[in-house]
Design a protein around this ligand. Structure first.
Ligand code: ZN
Length: 388
């Protein structure tokens, strides 16, 4: 009996050591940058960047990892202190709950081994999150609220218009006040139960993308097997989202789902992180037809920063996608959607947005256009669309 207890304790000790040592290593490997800061830019770029009152990025997966996001880390892409340093007003925190082994942009089967199960166990998360996608999502929501509560009243989880107005107002006098918006990447964490959407909403989620890398109960993924549109459950979720004025995120959805949404959804639409087929033809990216239709509905196109979306690793690819989208649908629909901490390599971490401004100036974006893309468009969109 004693021997059994001892070996159990030894096993637990090995597990906790593994969690402590291995989980930062796994994250360091997953979320890399071409170059770490400090990032030095021209005086002209720095002056404009510093004068931006509201910079917003519509996608990051920072909640997936084990880091304490209130503290500045020397790895990964996003944390609250780096948001402050980087003059960020709002970051969307999007929740990933399942990722099939061998994940790719072409074809994924949702029934293969799930890497997030391994990550949840390996990171020492509560047992309830090991095998339930819904618990995983709720856990990440709770994490953001917990971090916010510990950040000296300087982090606002934006759930309604009044929260957002408070954020904007406080930032006028104190730019260390920052905000976060909760989103979900893939409706599989609803586990086929419409009532779970209400639970997510209560937990603060205001944006949802029907699918991620594989087909689920809501419909087909851009990288799945079926290519199908919304299922009847997908339609049911869409209707409930509309009642709640939730933001529909079409990133990763099959073309058929995007068609269904564009034809039927009456609430706010955007794509939180994407590339465009016009500069890089990939199943991950949006066609001209869809870009135009999203813009026609007043939506936003969040341009992502990683190779799978822009065709290269580096700032020029981001700029090209922005120029293309601007020329096609107008600058008022272009936004930032980095995919920071989404198991991608990015040119810089969240303290490096001045580099983007510098490059935008070089290729001839006007000051007003830069202000719009860096956050002005998101500000307008949220003021128009967040529930009262
Ligand atoms: Zn994604």
């Amino acid at each position: 009996m004693k021997a059994m207890l001892l070996s159990l304790l030894a096993l637990l000790a090995v597990y906790f050591l593994f969690v402590l040592i291995a989980s930062p290593l796994v994250e360091k490997d997953a979320n890399q940058v071409i170059r770490r800061g400090p990032y030095i830019v021209s005086e002209k770029a720095q002056a404009l960047f510093t004068s931006l009152d509201f910079v917003a990025d519509m996608h990051c997966d920072a909640l997936l990892w084990r880091r304490d996001l209130t503290k500045e880390a020397n790895y990964g892409h996003v944390d609250f202190e780096r948001m402050q340093k980087g003059n960020i007003g709002l970051q969307a925190f999007t929740i990933v709950t399942k990722s099939p082994k061998g994940q790719n942009f072409h074809k994924n089967d949702g029934n293969t081994f799930d890497m997030i199960t391994a990550l949840s166990i390996g990171q020492g998360q509560a047992v309830g999150t090991w095998f339930s996608l819904m618990n995983r999502a709720l856990y990440q929501c709770k994490k953001l609220h917990r971090f916010a509560a510990r950040f000296n009243n300087r982090f606002i989880v934006v759930k309604r218009k009044s929260d957002f107005e408070e954020l904007l107002k406080r930032r006028q006098v104190d730019k260390t006040v920052i905000g976060g918006l909760l989103g979900v990447e893939g409706g599989h964490c609803l586990e086929g139960e419409i009532g779970n959407l209400d639970r997510f909403y209560e937990a603060g989620v205001r944006m949802l993308g029907p699918t991620h890398f594989f087909d689920n109960e809501m419909g087909g993924s851009a990288h799945g097997l079926s290519g199908g549109g919304l299922t009847s459950f997908g339609f049911e979720v869409m209707e409930r989202m509309q009642d709640k004025q939730m933001i529909m995120d079409v990133a990763h959805s099959s073309e058929a789902i995007i068609d269904d949404i564009l034809a039927n959804y009456d609430g706010p639409i955007l794509t939180s992180h994407t590339g465009v087929k016009g500069t890089y033809d990939s199943p991950r990216n949006l066609s001209d037809k869809h870009l135009k239709a999203i813009a026609a509905k007043g939506g936003l196109i969040g341009i992502a920063f990683f190779k799978g979306a822009i065709g290269e690793t580096g700032i020029p690819g981001i700029i090209k996608a922005m120029q293309y989208t601007k020329a096609l649908v107008g600058v008022e629909h272009v936004a930032l959607g980095s995919d920071f901490d989404g198991s991608v390599m990015t040119p810089f971490d969240i303290t490096g947005f001045a580099l983007l401004v510098e490059e935008m100036q070089k290729v001839g974006f006007a000051e007003e256009e830069i202000r719009a893309i860096m956050g002005g468009n998101v500000k307008r969109f949220l003021l128009e669309n967040l529930p009262e």
